[in-house]
Design a protein around this ligand. Structure first.
Ligand code: ATP
Length: 212
């Protein structure tokens, strides 16, 4: 099973890396791909350029050889829809199962993703808990709640046995870090050293990214 972890990574931080690696280990995934988006569908354009986000991600993942960067969204024109990304994996390697990894905050908006029901035909979905974003099934949108009621599995074995369409909620290392908080701290010249790898901080300082 291939783990697919998409994001803006503006910048990448330990709150991305640690939970994704936890999922990889807990599910014994064969591979973990970090996929920086080009044009995000549901939010403002990133602050850092695509080149800068890619440089930061490359630096961050040097110490995590099990994590690979996949540039297919950066290489694709237009809005980066996850459904297109998953479809391209399927076209390349039809026999391999896909595990889309998303944080709880992103999961709450899943029903607004482009062709979101199709995601369940293409991949299984592992949702990671994130500080400040508890799971409360009653507060999900009715469509998403119905999807959870139909698709949630509680054991890793059940998840791994599914070709697609399963949802599992995974306890991972809880790190209260967001890229927004990092950007805000940099703008206020506050330290961010414990929130992301040193190599990423070096690039941010050298290129004055997020300095305002
Ligand atoms: P921003 O603050 O700019 O919105 P972010 O820190 O949430 O950014 P994204 O690149 O938007 O980072 O997130 C990519 C994915 O990583 C999403 O699925 C998101 O839920 C998840 N994620 C980000 N931070 C954490 C965290 N601290 N713990 C768990 N998941 C996280």
């Amino acid at each position: 099973m291939i783990g697919i972890f998409g994001g803006t990574f503006d910048p990448v931080h330990f709150g991305h890396i640690r939970p994704a690696v936890d999922v990889m280990q807990q599910l014994a995934l064969d591979e973990l791909r970090f996929i920086p988006c080009s044009v995000p569908a549901h939010r403002d354009a990133p602050v850092a350029s695509a080149e800068q986000r890619l440089a930061m991600l490359t630096a961050a993942l040097q110490d995590y050889p099990q994590c690979k960067i996949d540039q297919r969204e950066l290489n694709r024109k237009g809005v980066s829809y996850m459904v297109d990304t998953l479809q391209s994996f399927r076209d390349e390697e039809p026999g391999r199962t896909l595990c889309l990894i998303i944080g709880m905050d992103a999961f709450y908006g899943l029903h607004q993703w482009h062709h979101w029901q199709r995601l369940f035909e293409l991949a299984n979905i592992a949702v990671t808990y994130r500080p400040g974003h508890e799971l409360n099934v009653e507060s999900l949108s009715p469509q998403l709640r119905a999807a959870v009621e139909q698709r949630q599995v509680n054991s890793k074995d059940s998840f791994l046995n599914k070709q697609s369409g399963a949802i599992i909620f995974m306890p991972v290392t809880q790190l209260d870090i967001s890229a927004t908080a990092i950007r805000n701290k940099i703008a206020k010249q506050q330290p961010i050293t414990d929130m992301l790898p040193v190599a990423v901080n070096n690039i941010i300082q050298q290129q004055h990214i997020y300095a305002g």
